[in-house]
Design a protein around this ligand. Structure first.
Ligand SMILES: CCC/C=C/C(=O)SCCNC(=O)CCNC(=O)[C@H](O)C(C)(C)COP(=O)([O-])OP(=O)([O-])OC[C@H]1O[C@@H](n2cnc3c(N)ncnc32)[C@H](O)[C@@H]1OP(=O)([O-])[O-]
Length: 300
C-alpha cells in the first residue's frame, strides 16, 4: 500500500516540482468566488474538496465516538492517498463529524478476543495511518472539535498545526498506560518532537490526558478557539501555510520527519510482531476487558 509519501517521492517529486505554481496565494480563488467543490465519501470518512483553495475538509464519521476500526483506518489511508494524488488538493483539514469527540482512538474491540492474524492486520493498518498522515506532502491541519485520547491524539499530532475547541470538558493526550497497554516508539517519537523528552516521558508514563488550557500551555495544541470558530480558524490558518512556496515547505517537512519515518519503515515487521505478542497476552486481554467494562458501566 502506498504510504510514506515524503520518502517515496524522494526529494524532488512531481508535486514538489510544481512549487512555483503553488507559490501564488492559494486562497485567492476562494475569495474571488470561483467555488468548485467536490464531495466524496467512503463509509466512514466525508470529504469536501474546494478546488479553488486547494483545501479538503476530511471528517471522521464513525459514530458514536470515531473509534479507529480496521475499516476506518483503511478508508483513512485510501482517502489521504487519493487527495495526495489529486493535483487540485494541497491541504487537508482533519476534523470530526461527531459532536464532542474528535476520536476515541483505536477501536478497542479490534484488540480484544481476536486472532493473531487479525491483530497483525490491524496493527499494520495503524502503522499505515501514521506513515500516510505523518508523511504527507500536503499541509495538514487538525481541527480538534472534541476529546481526543490515544490514537486520536496521535492523528492530531501527525498534522502540521493543531487548533482545538476551547471547551473545559475536552481533553487530549496519550492515555495508553491507563488501559494497561503501551504506546509504541513511533507514537513516542511523534510526541517527543512536539513536547520534548521530559514532558513526553511524564505524559506517557502517567497516560496523561490534558485539559485544553494545559494542552496549549505545553504546546500539545497550537491554538484554542471558541467551539464555533474551529473550522473558520483552520481555514484561515491553512491559507497561511499554503502561501509558502510548496517545494520549500515540503522539503523542510521531510527533513524534520524523515528520520522518524525511516525508523518505523526499517522496523515495521518487528513492530507488528511485538504488538501481536503483547496484545495477545492473557493479562493484557484482561486489562482491556476491564477497561471496556468500566466504559460501559460509566453510562449506567
Ligand atoms: C496499543 C497501543 C496504542 C493504542 C492506542 C489507542 O488508541 S487505545 C484506545 C484508547 N482510547 C480510550 O481510552 C478512549 C475510551 N473512550 C472514552 O474515554 C470515552 O468513550 C470518550 C471520552 C471518548 C467518549 O465518552 P462518551 O461518554 O461520549 O461515550 P461513551 O464512553 O459512552 O462511549 C460510547 C460507546 O463507544 C464505546 N467506545 C468508546 N471508546 C471506544 C474505543 N476506543 N473503542 C471501542 N469502543 C469504544 C463505548 O464502550 C460505548 O459503547 P456502548 O456502551 O454504547 O456499546
Amino acid at each position: 500500500m502506498a504510504a510514506l509519501t515524503l520518502l517515496r517521492r524522494g526529494s524532488a517529486p512531481a508535486r514538489l516540482l510544481s512549487g512555483t505554481l503553488n507559490a501564488r496565494n492559494p486562497c485567492i480563488g476562494a475569495t474571488q468566488g470561483c467555488h468548485l467543490r467536490r464531495h466524496f465519501s467512503n463509509n466512514k470518512i466525508l470529504v469536501e474538496l474546494d478546488e479553488a483553495s486547494g483545501v479538503a475538509i476530511m471528517k471522521l464519521n464513525n459514530p458514536p465516538v470515531n473509534s479507529l476500526s480496521l475499516e476506518l483506518l483503511t478508508e483513512f489511508c485510501i482517502t489521504i492517498e487519493k487527495l495526495e494524488m489529486d493535483r487540485s488538493c494541497r491541504g487537508v483539514i482533519l476534523t470530526s463529524a461527531a459532536p464532542k469527540i474528535f476520536s476515541a482512538g483505536l477501536d478497542i474491540t479490534e484488540m480484544c478476543g481476536k486472532s493473531a492474524e487479525h491483530y497483525a492486520a490491524f496493527w499494520r493498518a495503524v502503522q499505515e495511518l501514521w506513515l500516510t498522515l505523518y508523511g504527507s506532502n500536503m499541509v495538514t491541519i487538525a481541527a480538534i472539535n472534541g476529546t481526543s485520547p490515544a490514537a486520536g491524539c496521535l492523528m492530531a499530532m501527525c498534522c502540521d498545526f493543531r487548533i482545538m475547541a476551547d471547551n473545559p470538558k475536552y481533553t487530549i493526550g496519550l492515555n495508553e498506560t491507563q488501559l494497561g497497554i503501551v504506546a509504541p516508539f513511533w507514537f513516542k517519537d511523534t510526541m517527543t518532537n512536539i513536547l520534548g523528552h521530559r514532558l513526553t516521558e511524564q505524559s506517557l508514563q502517567l497516560g496523561q490526558m490534558y485539559t485544553t488550557p494545559e494542552a496549549l500551555k505545553i504546546g500539545l495544541v497550537d491554538q484554542l478557539v471558541p467551539e464555533d470558530k474551529v473550522q473558520s480558524t483552520a481555514a484561515a490558518v491553512i491559507c497561511n501555510w499554503l502561501a509558502v512556496p510548496a517545494h520549500a515547505r515540503q522539503i523542510t517537512k521531510s527533513m524534520m520527519r524523515k528520520q522518524n519515518i525511516e525508523r518505523l519503515v526499517n522496523h515495521r515487521e518487528a513492530d507488528i510482531d511485538n504488538f501481536v505478542n503483547f496484545i495477545g497476552k492473557d493479562s493484557i486481554q484482561k486489562s482491556l476487558q476491564v477497561y471496556m467494562d468500566r466504559l460501559k458501566q460509566r453510562k449506567q
